[in-house]
Design a protein around this ligand. Structure first.
Ligand SMILES: [Zn+2]
Ligand SMILES: [Zn+2]
Length: 255
């Protein structure tokens, strides 16, 4: 049994009730923080998680809404946590190393930071009960999603992405999918540049309708227009009970 705690569900621009997308994946004694926007420390407190217990972070790409909280978290963990492993692509790793050096956090003895290139091996993390795989998506250079393999089940978090052949192939083999659902189809029509990097609710519903997933979790909502959330939900109705619509601090058990 694994558990997801959603810490944020909005796109790059948060709304009053939703912050930038990030979540915790918990399985037995293992815990991963997936993407790390701002005020993460306080969000963890609200979720009842000790920030010192965050030892593994995955950053899916180098857009600020997915990593800008990590400096604050490392600062808070200074002297209090022993180790922090950061899993990402080379571009993000270099960027983070530079940021850490520029703000002087490299002079702290703790937490001892290790950086892991997710594309270097088949499983970028592997234990007896959990394996993590990076899956290339359709967003920006070297961006990726994460496949979690546990208890004979698979959860795919495709991160920010348009629907691609690779993502669809992986989704067909998974039981659970957390997928980009940035806005409604009418919003995408107004801002067509979004098509290249993100997914609209209508396309998501029509393409995933015939895939035998147990749960589909839309995320990364851009709610700049009045009524946008309602529009998104309406466009997702063809997916019926398979949809789990998360709020910030929602908890979902994957059994
Ligand atoms: Zn994003
Ligand atoms: Zn992005």
């Amino acid at each position: 049994m694994a558990k997801l705690i959603f810490l944020g569900t909005a796109a790059s621009i948060p709304s009053k009730d939703r912050d930038n997308t990030s979540f915790l994946f918990l399985h037995r004694k293992e815990m991963f923080l997936i993407d790390c926007p701002g005020a993460i420390h306080q969000k963890l407190l609200k979720a009842g998680i000790n920030f010192k217990d965050i030892k593994n972070i995955v950053i899916t790409h180098q857009h600020p809404d997915h990593f800008y909280g990590i400096i604050g978290l490392i600062h808070a963990q200074g002297y209090l946590s022993k180790k922090l492993a950061i899993f990402s692509n080379q571009t993000t790793i270099l960027l983070l190393k530079e940021l850490i050096r520029k703000v002087g956090l490299n002079r702290y003895p703790f937490p001892r930071l290790t950086f892991h290139d997710v594309f270097k091996r088949k499983f970028f993390y592997s234990s007896s009960s959990l394996k993590l795989v990076a899956v290339r998506n359709k967003h920006i250079r070297n961006s990726f999603g994460v496949k979690f393999i546990f208890d004979g089940k698979t959860l795919l978090y495709s991160s920010d992405t348009a629907l691609s052949k690779t993502i669809l192939k992986e989704a067909k083999e998974a039981q659970y999918l957390i997928h980009d659902c940035t806005a409604s189809s009418s919003y995408f029509k107004e801002y067509p540049q979004l098509y290249k990097m993100h997914t609209d609710a209508k396309t998501l519903a029509s393409i995933l309708k015939n895939i035998p997933l147990k749960k589909i979790i839309p995320i990364h909502f851009l709610l700049l227009k009045k009524g946008e959330l309602r529009k998104i939900k309406k466009e997702l109705t063809p997916l019926g009970k398979k949809i789990y619509f998360p709020s910030d601090f929602s908890i979902l058990t994957l059994s």
